[in-house]
Design a protein around this ligand. Structure first.
Ligand SMILES: [Zn+2]
Length: 408
């Protein structure tokens, strides 16, 4: 079997797990087991640090007012509810501060629902405005929240409407609907509104999966990572089965590696989950010893059939950067792209370690139309690109190891 054929087999396996790879689900555990199994079959010893998480089941929603039915969706990880209460509205922060919402059904729209709110306990990135809206909502204590939203490619991918709240630590039941439907519902302001949502949070476990090829010389190592989880209701091919597949191809290529620098290959489990549990665990495990990370490499959204592969560098030394540019320019279809921060390489950047990120040149199109939706399927992946990326990464690791050996 050629490398591209093996890439395709890994890809299909990861995209076919049932129900999908959302953290806490059976499919997520199956995917991490598969990843660990492939590494073991290559002769690596594998560690699988475990974390607690919740899985979430949603059954149905009904929203009515004066005999009219409105189309709404339960926010991911929301609690269920059954409530009949007046509808109240807030479109701005001022209105939210003024509104009498206690026990009522609160419809949010306008400037309050432009962006998906970061989960309240999410520490990587949490704008003051999001924290303020979250705090106000909890203080106001509505019986339920309905958010009328449009699109937010930056944080919510290609979903329309997108869930304003996606937070297993937020306990007020919430739903979301399109801005158009929100306009219809707003006419019910002050009227008795009935909302029933059947949903359940379930305690579950998940794992990161990693292997370490120890360096012969020092504690310094290169960490190559990709998130293995996906959003609910998507096969998650480009986001991010492809990154995970590249890790497996690279593990195969590094079987004979005996460098001074260590190499860690890690499937992180949580980039698309509200509390990023795998990422938090990785941070804890590396607390106080991030200096041992020589370079962090992350892949997310790579391997799209159209366009090139785009790489970007963060905080690398000039010699490192030169070596990396050389390796990419000797391969087909690799370009240097714009810096971006919405994925796991931000862990290295925040901890002041050099980083390299790989994605597709058409990343913006993907996040606007494809990722986090059922459209993100293996047909959109060029397996030959995954093989090419794994070869480039092998060259980079060997190249950086030579540099390291010559200078230490
Ligand atoms: Zn992703």
């Amino acid at each position: 079997m050629s490398t591209a054929e093996r890439a395709l087999e890994h890809l299909n396996t990861l995209c076919r797990v049932k129900p999908n790879r959302r953290v806490g689900s059976r499919g997520n555990r199956e995917a991490t087991r598969y990843f660990a199994g492939v590494l073991q079959s290559l002769g690596y010893s594998v560690s699988t640090p475990e974390f607690d998480c919740i899985d979430w089941i949603r059954r149905g929603i009904r929203l009515t007012c004066e005999g009219e039915t409105y189309l709404a969706h339960i926010s991911p990880y929301s609690q269920g509810c059954q409530i009949e209460a007046p509808l109240v509205l807030a479109r701005t922060l001022d209105e939210l501060e003024q509104v009498e919402a206690a026990g009522n059904v609160l419809l949010l729209s306008g400037e309050l629902t432009k962006e998906q709110l970061m989960p309240k306990n999410f520490t990587f990135y949490n704008p003051e405005l999001h924290q303020r809206i979250n705090r106000l909502l909890e203080e106001k204590s509505p019986g339920a929240i309905i958010a009328a939203t449009s699109r937010d490619p930056g944080l919510a991918g290609g979903m329309y409407p997108f869930p304003l709240i996606e937070d297993g630590d937020f306990d007020i039941p919430s739903a979301f609907m399109t801005d158009l439907e929100g306009g219809r519902l707003a006419a019910c302001a002050g009227k008795q509104t009935f909302l029933e949502m059947d949903a359940e949070r379930i305690h579950a476990k998940g794992w990161n999966v990693s292997t370490l090829i120890r360096g012969r010389g020092a504690d310094q190592r290169i960490v190559v990572c990709a998130h293995i989880d996906a959003k609910d209701d998507t096969p998650g091919a480009l986001d991010n089965a492809t990154g995970t597949v590249i890790l497996l191809l690279l593990a195969e290529l590094l079987k004979g590696y005996r460098g001074q620098l260590g190499v860690e290959i890690t499937a992180l489990n949580g980039e698309d989950y509200y509390s990023a549990p795998g990422e938090m665990l990785f941070m804890q495990e590396n607390e106080g010893r991030f200096e041992e990370i020589h370079l962090g490499i992350n892949m997310d959204g790579a391997g799209y059939i159209d366009g090139a592969t785009a790489y970007s560098l963060y905080g690398c030394t000039e010699t490192q950067a030169r070596r990396i540019h050389e390796c990419f320019s000797s391969r087909r279809g690799m370009i240097e792209g714009e810096p971006w921060y919405q994925s796991d390489h931000s862990i290295f950047i925040q901890n002041e370690r050099p980083a390299l990120a790989l994605t597709s040149e058409l990343f913006m199109d993907l996040t606007t139309n494809i990722t986090h939706t059922p459209k993100d399927s293996p047909e959109l992946v060029d397996a030959a690109k995954l093989a090419e990326i794994s070869l480039a990464l092998r060259d980079i690791i060997y190249g950086l190891d030579t540099l390291f050996s010559n200078t230490s």
